[in-house]
Design a protein around this ligand. Structure first.
Ligand SMILES: [Zn+2]
Length: 230
């Protein structure tokens, strides 16, 4: 960076300080998206070190999954909830990219490199009103590290399901199991696909998409999510 560019960047930061997306305090010069203290204090799960982690166990007896990575523990009223809220509803897509890179780094450590990264699609109406699909930014962060391609046209959400939060696990799956369809069917039998979403709760959405892909011949399925709600 030239001296003029540096001076301009310093001045811009001075005039338009940005706040940490997790705690809301102004970022120091050189910090981006999340302040150093919040990054240090985030509740990382380290699930990539334990194949039989609690997030993976959600899918036992439902669909076979090669690896389940959830980067952070999710609890209400915490900085993780704030980050996901900012990512989903406030246009702070940098959060998805930043945390997605952290997922990618953990997958590299466990020597995992999927052939395709597929963000869970939103229904067209929801994507139109929100303006973006937050999971695509998480996928982009993962892809940046793993150098695997992203496929956003493989799946479509054909039913705009109502909010799932008050339903039981069985009812959630019943509600969503026919919500997706495959658009163009590549030969899935030699592929390892990584499905990506922002949060894992009952796993109903992942199960619906994963079952569809596996029923159509997919060889290997993994799952990555920013947060795991116990
Ligand atoms: Zn902070």
């Amino acid at each position: 960076m030239s001296l003029i560019q540096q001076t301009f960047a310093d001045l811009f930061h001075l005039l338009f300080p940005r706040n940490c997306n997790a705690c809301g305090t102004p970022l120091f010069y050189g910090e981006r998206t999340i302040c150093t203290k919040c990054l240090h204090d985030l509740p990382f799960t380290d699930f990539h070190l334990y194949p039989e982690n609690p997030a993976a166990r959600i899918f036992w007896g439902r669909i076979p999954i090669h690896q389940v990575i959830a980067l952070l523990h999710f609890k209400k009223g915490t900085r993780v909830q704030q980050l996901i809220h900012q990512l989903k509803y406030k246009g702070q897509t940098d959060i998805g990219f930043l945390l997605g890179k952290m997922i990618g780094e953990r997958m590299l450590l466990s020597d995992q490199r999927p052939d395709l990264i597929v963000p869970i699609p939103l229904h067209q109406k929801k994507q139109y009103s929100r303006g973006y699909n937050q999971s695509q930014f998480i996928a982009a962060g993962i892809a940046h590290i793993l150098k695997s391609p992203i496929h956003t046209k493989l799946l479509t959400r054909k039913i705009n399901t109502a909010t799932q939060t008050k339903k039981s696990r069985y009812n959630r799956f019943e509600n969503i199991k026919d919500a997706f369809e495959i658009n163009r069917l590549p030969d899935l039998k030699n592929l390892h696909i990584l499905l990506v979403d922002d949060i894992l709760t009952t796993g109903a959405t992942f199960e619906a998409c994963g079952k569809l892909l596996l029923d159509n011949g997919l060889n290997k399925l993994s799952i990555a999510t920013l947060a795991y709600a116990e």
